[in-house]
Design a binder for this molecule. Sequence first.
Ligand SMILES: NC(=O)c1ccc[n+]([C@@H]2O[C@H](COP(=O)([O-])OP(=O)(O)OC[C@H]3O[C@@H](n4cnc5c(N)ncnc54)[C@H](O)[C@@H]3O)[C@@H](O)[C@H]2O)c1
Length: 252
Amino acid sequence: MARALDRLVGKTAIITGAAQGMGEAHARAFAAEGARVILTDVNGDGVRRLADELGENALGLSHDVGDPAGWDAVMVQAHDRFGPVNVLVNNAGIIGPVKGILDFSAEEFTEVFKVNELGVFLGMKAVLPDMIAAGGGSIVNISSIAGMLGTRASSNAAYCSTKFAVRGMSKLIAAQWGHAGIRVNSVHPGYILTPMMIAATDEEGGGAKEVIPLGRLAKPDEVTRVVLFLASDESSFVSGAEHVVDGAMIAG
Ligand SMILES: NC(=O)c1ccc[n+]([C@@H]2O[C@H](COP(=O)([O-])OP(=O)(O)OC[C@H]3O[C@@H](n4cnc5c(N)ncnc54)[C@H](O)[C@@H]3O)[C@@H](O)[C@H]2O)c1
């Protein structure tokens, strides 16, 4: 990661799914750039450990993003510790089983929906009152290239549709709340070497790099730099847009 430049001083940010992978990379960079960070994850021990490491400007909380009451509890604890929240990174996500629609059950679909789509909806609902009261804020919703097109080899109907939904919701909320100074963007990573991807391929990304024009998978912090830009005031006129970070995978 590049040298920190205090780009997030004065920001209080919630990052979901921060115990590992890209969420962890975002958490480390946000803290280094001067943000106060609330790190949430179903892996509560993981985010508490990370928060301990990052110091007094970090708080780690057990949290299931698909649970409305869980968001209420996160907001109460965030307010108690740091005051109003002005940045949200809706990062938590799951793939679910990679298989065809004929073998995909309604229960499997619902599980993916709850984390990837309902979780993003609930997160935006939770932070919007703080942002409206403050006259602005930045929401960064992590979608996927699976939210740009049907990635048939590595996805499923639930993952693809929820990631498309994240892109659509981001545009709607950006359009509805722009007048209040609130910016909402979606980020669409391609193949990134996180525990999620390594579990599905290997440390090198298996054959995945063959379909990436840049010839390799990305490291998590290559996505973090885009998320950091969108969270910071450097992106003050950027809203309602898709930001693809995929080494040109879906370009041609
Ligand atoms: N790795 C990739 O190549 C890739 C590509 C495109 C998009 N994405 C998206 O990026 C985001 C981060 O992915 P990653 O690769 O770092 O994944 P990861 O599996 O390494 O980490 C995801 C984190 O989310 C947490 N989580 C899962 N369900 C949760 C829930 N209900 N509530 C709170 N936390 C929960 C997990 O415990 C884990 O710590 C996800 O939204 C994913 O869909 C990843």
